[in-house]
Structures are given as C-alpha cells and as structure tokens.
Design a binder for this molecule. Structure first.
Ligand SMILES: Nc1ncnc2c1ncn2[C@@H]1O[C@H](COP(=O)(O)OP(=O)(O)OP(=O)(O)O)[C@@H](O)[C@H]1O
Ligand SMILES: [Mg+2]
Length: 417
C-alpha cells in the first residue's frame, strides 16, 4: 500500500505557498501529513533563517494532544516536552529537532499582544477556525519575511466564519486542500461506518464527514423529531440506576424554571451505559417582583424526595444554571431539612454549545439516551429546537421554542457518564 493518500501526496508536492490550508472532515488525514512531513520539512528549509517558529492551537493541551505527543511517538527523543518560560526563552515552548517552537493558545485574547513585535518565519496553526479572529489578524502581520510560511488545519464551521472568508479571499498567496472522510484510505470501513452513523442526519455529517462549510439550519435534533417513539421509555420499577443527577435552569421574566432528572443505567443486554431522562418539573415561580427562590427551593426538595422514593435511589447531585442566590437557597433548604444533597453550578465551559448538540445527537444515534414518555415538555423541546438563521450555530431562543428544558437537561447530564 502507498505511504500517503492522494490528497496527502498533493500536499507534499504543492503546498508551498505563504498560506497552506488543509480544511475538512475529521479523521481525514490532515494532521498525519503535517506530523509525518510538513512540520519537519518547514523546519529544515527555514533552519538558520531569521525569525521565530511558532505552533498555535486552541489551548496548550490541544497542542500537546494533537501535535506534540504524536510527534514524540514518531520521532522519540528528537521532540522535547512542552516547557514553560525560563530565563533563556520567556514563553512556553517545545524543542523539535534542535529548533525551539514558541507555543500560543490562540483562543485566549490576552495572548494576542504577546505575538506583537515578533517576526515569524514559520507558523503552524492547528484548529485555526477555533481562534479569536484578532489573534489570526495579528499573526498575519507578523509573517513579515519574504520566506514566512503559515500552515493551517481546520474542520469546517459556518460559511460566514471569519476563517472561511480569509481562506476564500483571492488576494492571498495560498494553497487550499479540502478533505472528506473518504479521502483517508488508512482507516477501516467499520470505523467509517460508525462515525457516519454517529453524525447521520445532522449538520455535523456535512461538516465532519463531507468536509463542507455549511450553515446550521432547520431542526437541531432531526432524527429525534422524526421518530420520537424510538427513544421513549415507560416507568419500570425494576430498573436500577447507578446514579441520578438533577439539572436546573432558572427562569427569568420570559423563561421558565425547569428541573430535569437523569439516571445512569447499565443495559445488560448490550452492555452499554445509557442516560435515562426520568422526570421533569416546571416551577411556576416568577412574579412581577422577580424569581421566587424560596418556592424553587421548596419544589426542588419535593422533586428530590419524589425521585428518591419512586426510583429507590437518592439523587446525588444537582447542577444549576449560574445564579448564585438561587443555588444557595436550594442548598440551604436541603440542609435545613436534613439533606446533604450536593447542589452547585453546572460546568458550562468544558463543552461548547456546538459540542453539546453533537454529543446529544450522537447519544440519540447510538441509542444511548432514553426519555420517559411522560416528560412532555422536554420531548416537545427537543423535537422542536431549531437553529437560528441569524446567528451561526446558535439555537433559536424565542417564545416558540423551549430552550429552558434543553438547558436543564444539559446541566443534569453534564456529569452523568
Ligand atoms: N498516510 C497514512 N498512513 C497511515 N495512517 C494514516 C495516514 N493518514 C492518516 N492515517 C490514519 O488516519 C487517522 C486520522 O488521520 P488524522 O489524525 O491526520 O486526521 P485529521 O484530518 O487530522 O482529523 P481531525 O480533523 O479529527 O483532527 C490517523 O490517526 C492515522 O491512524
Ligand atoms: Mg487533526
């Protein structure tokens, strides 16, 4: 078999412009060619030339995971570990075959200034579409040598994304290669079949399998909307839950306060863990004077007790929307009534909103989530959520859609697996 795919060979031959962009599907072979060839080739051809070499990524940990560790696996001791700044080199850096590469976490706005004043001979940009556009604008101005080169990789986003506009502009010296999953002959057909099934009927199929920069539009959970019964379950008092968590979204003037309880269930038949959405509760607790925290706390305590009794499992944790006053009130209510139930803020930042949509769609497509058929508000919410055509990749939040039930679901699900 060949050492490289057709697209990878084309990169070896042709990607020699100022900007070389590999855009497209996940697992399509973009990083592999960079690690096996591109980064080392640039290092050798720009060696002893003035200017710094840099590697940028969404965060230091993604740089380490996507680039440094795979390079260490390939080249052993020739690639060092990431080191923080010291007397000799002030910034976080890594030594690759004798050349020090300065690292930049490009999603951090405060890092923009740190690149000001540098002269960059080589920039490798992993996941470039995840950066702050100002960082990339600053980087462009630092590629000030006639021989400066910038190699970029990314997965597609919306067609209006700042990087897509840059990539399509006519007046730059560029080489662009688009990848789809089937461009990679080195991964198994079974893997391809599974990953296609995971993204089936979602926006992510077009972006991550076909590699297209397409808009997110229409229904968010299309498969669920078209065939709800497939994911609905009825109460079964024999089901044993390893853990039950509650998610809470607090309402404001227009939105609702919702509780959603999720149980972790081990399915002996297929030996998989599943998330079972067991119960929902809507608190009518807003008045002209604002949100009634005390009423919310009281109803939370009742909801908690009802679940403990009905499912014979005491809910472990409640994760809430970030409203510290209401969170404290719920926690205090439990304490006053002798319950040590854990109540805290939900982790909202470890997953982007897009990642959440992808995660839930995957759970649906692999039948790893089930919803109690009496959770009518949540069922309606998931079946009707739409993308907002005016805000790329955002869910439409107006009076016709119920984002509150969806948010409460996310907060409860966040630590269930
Ligand atoms: N030329 C090759 N020879 C052997 N295996 C390869 C080759 N190209 C790609 N692969 C295999 O395909 C996998 C996916 O490739 P790679 O990591 O480059 O995808 P990617 O396009 O960077 O994906 P993502 O967008 O998710 O980062 C690699 O882990 C490797 O196993
Ligand atoms: Mg990659």
């Amino acid at each position: 078999m060949d050492l490289f795919s057709i697209k990878q060979k084309s990169i070896i031959k042709n990607a020699n412009q100022r900007y070389n962009i590999l855009s497209g599907a996940t697992r399509s072979g973009k990083t592999y060619i960079d690690i096996s060839f591109r980064i080392i080739d640039r290092l050798l051809s720009l060696k002893n030339k003035n200017g710094i070499a840099i590697i940028c990524g969404f965060s230091y940990s993604t740089i380490e995971r996507n680039i440094i560790i795979p390079m260490q696996q390939k080249y052993g001791g020739l690639v060092g570990n990431i080191e923080s700044g010291n007397n000799k080199i002030k910034s976080t850096h890594v030594n690759i075959m004798g050349e020090n590469f300065i690292l930049f976490n490009a999603s951090d706005k405060s890092r923009i200034d740190s690149i000001r004043g540098s002269s960059v001979k080589y920039a490798y940009c992993d996941e470039v579409a995840s950066y702050d556009s100002n960082f990339f604008a600053m980087l462009k101005s630092r590629l000030d040598k006639t021989y400066s080169i910038c190699d970029c990789t990314c997965n597609p986003h919306s067609p209006n994304h700042w990087f897509k506009q840059f990539m399509d502009s006519e007046n730059i010296d560029k080489y662009v290669e688009h990848f789809c999953l089937d461009d990679n002959p080195f991964i198994s057909e079974t893997f391809k079949k599974n990953i296609k099934a995971e993204y089936e009927n979602t926006i992510f199929y077009d972006r991550y399998i076909l590699g297209k920069w397409v808009n997110a539009e229409g229904l968010v959970f299309t498969n669920f909307a078209n065939d709800k019964n497939r994911w609905l379950i009825n109460y079964n008092n024999k089901n044993h839950y390893r853990r039950i968590n509650i998610g809470v979204d607090f309402g404001g003037n227009k939105s609702k306060t919702m509780f959603i309880a999720t149980g972790l269930f081990y399915n002996n038949q297929n030996q998989n863990y599943e998330a079972h959405i067991l119960e929902e509760h809507h608190v009518h607790a807003t008045s002209s004077s604002g949100v009634d925290c005390q009423k919310i706390a009281g109803e939370h305590f009742e909801f908690f007790n009802m679940i403990a009794k009905k499912y014979n499992t005491v809910p472990v944790q409640t994760y809430c929307d970030h409203e510290i006053n209401s969170i404290n009130t719920i926690r205090n209510f439990h304490r006053t009534n002798g319950s040590k139930h854990f109540v805290d803020k939900a982790d909202k930042h470890s997953m982007s909103l897009n990642d959440w949509i992808m995660f839930l769609n995957s759970l649906f497509n692999f039948d790893r989530i089930k919803i109690s058929s009496h959770c009518n508000m949540l069922i309606d919410s998931l079946a009707t959520l739409m993308y907002d055509i005016n805000k790329p990749d955002c869910i439409l939040d107006n009076n016709c859609t119920d984002v509150d039930s969806y948010d409460a679901l996310r907060y409860g699900l966040v630590k269930i697996f």
